[in-house]
Design a protein around this ligand. Structure first.
Ligand SMILES: C[S@@+](CC[C@H](N)C(=O)[O-])C[C@H]1O[C@@H](n2cnc3c(N)ncnc32)[C@H](O)[C@@H]1O
Ligand SMILES: [Zn+2]
Length: 415
């Protein structure tokens, strides 16, 4: 249904997401060429693919509110049509007020309309300012928010300082990053510039991306004498997302900075290791094949999800009827299973490719490694990925043996 409303002079339609109805740009009206990316062509940004991102944001915020066990204030400084903030106010129990903001005048009009349409004018306030200017007004005691959700175009880094200042002690900060080309090492200079850490184009670059963003948050927060804990993170579709809580205090900042370090990777034999020594990071040779190791970082080597937080989110999703419930359940189960797993993962296709071997199922490799006494789990980062404490050399040996074994069986049965 194409309609225009007062102050909204472009084609719109109503969509339902979670428990809310929202007026959004009618995306198909803005596609002129087959190559056009509709969400960015519309006068106000709206991406239906981000429903999963918003669903998980609702679960995380509810989990956080339940852990605090009191009413909370929430802020979304880059809100577009307001769908995320309106969902927080409607679907998360214990949300006292939500402040949403967008620099785009049309987005502001649309968000204001949506707040009224959902009967939330008393609890949701809409502003039309630059996000940093807006957040700066809330950087003082008793003005700060319990939770801030930064969901920008590209990188959240330009908003980190002001978001940290506007977050209460113990607050929850949620960050989306969609600039995967810098974070995954396609544009390393841009990553170093923005995130202060070097990326690497490895098969586990999505985990590196999460760790680079978390590392950047930790070092930014430390400048304000604030420490962080990453309570949940995921890499989905074209973006990564992290949820971190903050704790005031120089000691807390020092503790969180201790999690910074480097991941060293051998492009010759797949070996990888971590170090907190910046000198070593640039000099070390591979212990398996003596090639020069390449370093990613400095980045976050600490936990990138918290068990209790994941379990509470799992409980939460079961109590709701999200369209994407199954997919979210899988992401949560997988993230939970990899909490204690070693840093980085191996992609079986890539190893088999290098060894010119057929690819066994990922599940089979995990089970066989576990039977041999290794720690092994699947990872949500990649459906062909395996997190294990077995070395690259051991996994390769295992893949070769499995192949020789299956060939011998075929010979035995006369194939
Ligand atoms: C990816 S969209 C937000 C999507 C929204 N959070 C959601 O869940 O659907 C990013 C928004 O940031 C807004 N924006 C860009 N630069 C800004 C700035 N400096 N201050 C405030 N808003 C800004 C854009 O107008 C756009 O609406
Ligand atoms: Zn090597």
């Amino acid at each position: 249904m194409t309609k225009t409303r007062a102050n909204i002079d472009f084609p719109t339609e109503i969509v339902e997401e979670g428990k809310v109805k929202i007026l959004v740009p009618e995306l198909k009206a803005f596609i002129k060429l087959p190559s056009d990316y509709a969400p960015s062509k519309a006068p106000v940004f709206y991406n239906p693919v981000m429903e999963l991102n918003r669903d998980i944001a609702v679960l995380a915020l509810q989990t956080y509110q339940k852990m605090l066990n009191r009413e909370i204030s929430v802020c979304e400084p880059l809100a577009s049509c307001g769908i995320r903030g309106i969902r927080f106010a409607t679907e998360v129990k214990g949300v006292q007020k939500v402040l949403i903001n967008d620099i785009n005048e049309k987005a502001f009009q649309l968000a204001r309309y949506n707040v009224q349409m959902n009967g939330l004018s008393k609890r949701v306030t809409v502003k039309n300012q630059d996000a940093n200017f807006f957040l700066a007004h809330y950087g003082a005691p008793r003005k700060r928010f319990d939770a801030i959700d930064i969901d920008p175009f590209g990188s959240p880094v330009p908003y980190l300082d002001s978001a940290i200042r506007a977050l209460r002690n113990g607050g929850l900060l949620a960050l989306t990053a969609t600039d995967m080309a810098p974070l995954c090492g396609v544009h390393p200079k841009a990553c170093i510039r923005k995130y202060g850490g070097k990326p690497l184009r490895t098969e586990y670059c999505h985990e590196l991306a999460v760790r680079l963003l978390a590392g950047c948050l930790a070092t930014t927060a430390a400048k304000h004498d604030i420490g962080i804990s990453v309570v949940f993170s995921h890499s989905t579709n074209h973006y990564i997302r992290i949820y971190a809580t903050t704790k005031y205090g120089a000691k807390k900042a020092d503790e969180s900075i201790k999690n910074m370090g480097y991941i060293l990777h051998c492009f010759n034999c797949f070996h990888r290791e971590t170090t907190k020594d910046s000198l070593l990071s640039s000099q070390k040779k591979c212990s398996e094949c003596n090639s020069k190791l390449n370093a990613a970082g400095p980045l976050w080597l600490g936990k990138i999800s918290n068990r209790e937080f994941c379990e509470l989110m799992e409980k939460e999703v079961k109590q709701r009827k999200f369209k994407l419930e199954k997919r979210i359940g899988k992401i949560l189960a997988s993230t939970k299973s990899e909490i204690e797993a070693p840093i980085t993962y191996y992609v079986i296709d890539k190893l088999c490719d290098a060894l010119a071997l057929p690819v066994p199922t990922t599940k089979k490799v995990v089970e066989s490694l576990q039977k041999k006494g290794f720690q092994a789990s699947l990872t949500h980062f990649n459906s062909k990925g395996i997190k294990t404490d077995a070395s690259a050399a051991k996994i390769k040996e295992f893949l070769q043996r499995t192949y020789i074994g299956s060939m011998a069986n075929l010979v035995k049965i006369g194939c």
